[in-house]
Design a protein. Sequence first.
Length: 313
Amino acid sequence: MADSQSNARLRADAGAPTSGVIHVRTRLTAEFTVISNALAQRRGSAVTVGVATYISSLPTGTLVSITALCEHFDEGEILISRALRELEAAGYLERRRERTPAGKIRTRTYFYDIPGGDPDLNPDPDSGPDGPPEPPRPRRPRKKPATAAVVPTSSSPPVAAEETVAAPVQAEAEAPIPLAAAEATATADPRAIAVLAALRRVDPRLVVSEREAARLAPAVTRWLAAGFLPTQITDHLTARLPNNLLVRPAGILAYRLKETPLPLPTPAGSAEPPVRPTVVDMRNCDGCDRGFRSAEHSRCRDCRSGDHLRAAG
């Protein structure tokens, strides 16, 4: 009788795990990115880790806006914006509003390998002398004794005079950010602003800021011009919202308002809009106290018919 033959190995390789991943390491000398295990093994959304890894691999100066990230990933704007907010809350991402020498406000994005880093103390080694300008240091609150340098005197050193000029400049640079939103809200249609501000009464989660209200107001104005009542617009914006609303409500509101509805058609043969019939007020009958519509206080139809029959009999 012949012995049975088998192609299987007689014993497992020494040191090889019986389950789980087995790494096949290759030493990389170019085109690679180093990230921390805390970020790569972060619990939660895989989209957040993927966006963080992608941003870490980009060279300095690459645009990382939501639109640019949506062009690279298959995920939509909602998931990408949620990933950026999670990275910002964890300390890996920082977005600063800064003023350019021309006086415009721009947003600059800083990405940290370790949360809590300082871009001034840890400059990017890839950025040379022709790279982007260094970001400003975080402003620290001024101490009360420093306010004495506001009034220059003959004994004040020249440095104190420079501080008195720098303080108004900083205040002027910070002021236009909230003022721009307030001015945009003031110039918007007040009816549209009232509709957006009243949404929180229907759903407390639908809270919009002044800047978001100014951006959404033109779309609401177009809906009002098309013949929709404010209550109809409110019902359209608040119907069938998800239970776990994890994003800013302005994005959902903008999506529901982006399609401009058709205006009401004018009746054939008439260039003037139709006139609604006058609705008579509700009143109580003087005889039976029944509610009915009448232009003045009187008796209802049944009471008048009873009086007429008694008079005829």
